[in-house]
Design a protein around this ligand. Structure first.
Ligand SMILES: Nc1ncnc2c1ncn2[C@@H]1O[C@H](COP(=O)(O)OP(=O)(O)O)[C@@H](O)[C@H]1O
Ligand SMILES: O=C(CO)[C@@H](O)[C@H](O)COP(=O)(O)O
Length: 467
């Protein structure tokens, strides 16, 4: 059977999976790192994608490919198809005042009604407003705005600046494409009507510009110059939902650079408080989602501080008792998005001689991480979303202590799917879908279902320090 490739161009790295289009069997994988920082030259993503494809054995025997990627990043292009400035990523909070200004101008209810979400600093629209105000000369040059997966798909088709040898087809901006899921994170797209809201775009950027054409789930933007058929691609969380085959009753928690809690629903949500974003999924449905800025890196920072590996951090954490003897980490290392506290910093509460131990700190880090996500799950289910089990994915889900403590923090039964790259798998699913005309239903195995062990003390202590 033909092979298909899926790409996850995420915050920290680019991952490629190559699978059999019919069975979904994994043939090969590749990966390459992305630079650190909350603003990145998209050229680094293009280079990492090409490196990861090479590491995965290349595309010579691959029939179709799709790219999923980190949401919201602002890729501003000039009329010659050049990137105007480094892309501002979803976790760059400098546009928080722009979010406040847009909400003051239009009203939170009106923005939620028109776009499904009330924007925070992560959303592309706020980054465009920041550009207009902070770098007016750059804003004036903007001829098109794309998201990371849109831009990479365009580059794969052979488009790009005229003087770049990897873009033989040149700077044809009207050939930019996106999909509903990623467009729904811009803040100027209505996923119910499928239309861009140009009034909001102009209010943010100061003028109209080319936006990528929005493709349906099984629509192709075209081929690579060597003839590989391309899928529409997706935002990474929608990609993960597709890769997992998430169905009614599933709530997915992803613990990567970002923390997210989301579900696939038939009906769109409309949360005027701004806690739950009313995103679209990659199959034609909706994807209500809560995101935190702080997730796996909470554990990276704590492990670094304690001078241990991730596994050792987990072992230490399981040696402390639930609730860490009152030690609570409010883990807002990078500010926070949910709750919306872009300038917050992390704080450790409840330090006593008894609680201030290496074991307690390791556990408090995992408990703080999971409590933020439990609040996210609660916000999604409070909107009436059906929740029967939690699927936990992402880099930190690999940690046995995260799995065990999740069963103490979440009230829902927890399932850990086989460790894998579910965002890239979702993109590979899109590639198979566009190739065969039928959405594949590849099997996803579960490796762990930790015994439910709910300990209310953990969330009670965390809630007591809520800002
Ligand atoms: N065993 C582990 N325990 C805890 N964290 C881990 C473990 N393995 C990887 N990670 C963390 O997971 C993160 C990467 O997760 P990933 O889902 O690939 O992120 P992203 O897709 O956002 O780039 C890194 O911060 C990494 O340190
Ligand atoms: O901002 C969001 C969702 O709204 C993040 O989920 C980004 O999409 C980044 O994803 P990762 O790189 O952490 O997977």
């Amino acid at each position: 059977m033909p092979l298909v490739a899926g790409v996850d161009s995420s915050t920290q790295s680019c991952k490629v999976v190559i699978r059999d289009a019919e069975t979904g069997a994994l043939a090969r994988m590749g990966r390459a790192p992305h630079p650190d920082g909350t603003e990145v030259d998209p050229a680094a993503w293009w280079q990492a994608l090409r490196q990861a494809l090479t590491a995965a054995g290349g595309l010579d025997d691959v029939a179709a490919l799709a790219v999923a990627g980190q949401q919201h990043g602002m890729v501003a292009l000039d009329a010659e198809g050049r990137v105007i400035r480094d892309a501002l990523l979803w976790n760059d909070t400098r546009s928080a005042p722009a979010a406040t200004a847009l909400i003051a101008e239009f009203g939170a209810d009106e923005l939620a009604r028109r776009t499904g979400s009330v924007p925070v600093a992560s959303f592309t629209i706020t980054k465009l407003r920041w550009l207009r105000d902070a770098e007016p000369a750059n804003a004036e040059r903007v001829a098109a705005v794309a998201l990371p997966h849109d831009w990479l798909t365009w580059r794969l088709r052979g488009f790009g600046p005229a003087d770049d040898e990897t873009s033989p087809l040149g700077p044809v901006l009207s050939e930019l494409t996106t999909d509903r899921s990623d467009a729904s994170g811009t803040g100027y797209f209505d996923s119910v009507t499928g239309d861009y809201d140009r009034e909001l775009l102009v209010a943010a950027l100061g003028h109209d510009c080319i936006l990528p054409r929005v493709l349906g789930p099984a629509e192709s933007p075209g081929k690579t110059p060597s003839g590989v058929l391309l899928g529409a691609g997706a935002g990474d969380n929608a990609g993960a939902a597709l890769g997992l085959g998430a169905r009614a009753g599933d709530v997915v928690v992803s613990i990567g650079t970002s923390g997210t809690a989301f579900a696939v629903t038939e009906t769109p949500v409309n949360d005027t408080t701004g806690t739950v974003a009313g995103f679209a999924d990659a199959s034609g449905l909706s994807l209500p989602l809560v995101a935190t800025l702080n997730a796996a890196r909470i554990l990276d920072a704590t492990a670094r501080l304690l001078g241990v590996t991730h596994d050792e951090l987990g072992t230490l954490a399981l040696e402390a008792e639930p609730g860490s003897k009152g030690l609570v980490l409010q883990p807002y290392f990078e500010g926070e998005r949910t709750p919306n506290l872009p300038d917050a910093t992390a704080t450790l509460f409840g330090m006593t001689l008894a609680s201030t131990t290496r074991e307690g700190l390791a556990r408090a880090a995992i408990e703080g991480l999971l409590c933020g996500l439990a609040d996210g799950v609660a916000a999604v289910t409070a909107l009436g979303v059906q929740a029967e089990r939690l699927l936990i994915i992402g880099g930190a889900a690999l940690n046995p202590a995260v799995q065990a403590i999740a069963a103490q923090v979440f009230e829902l039964p927890v399932s850990i799917p086989t460790p894998g790259e579910y965002v890239a798998d979702g993109a590979a699913t899109q590639a198979a879908w566009v190739l065969t005309g039928t959405r594949p239903s590849w099997k996803v195995a579960t490796v762990a279902t930790p015994t439910p062990d709910y300990r209310p003390i953990i969330r009670q202590q965390y809630a007591a320090h809520a800002v």
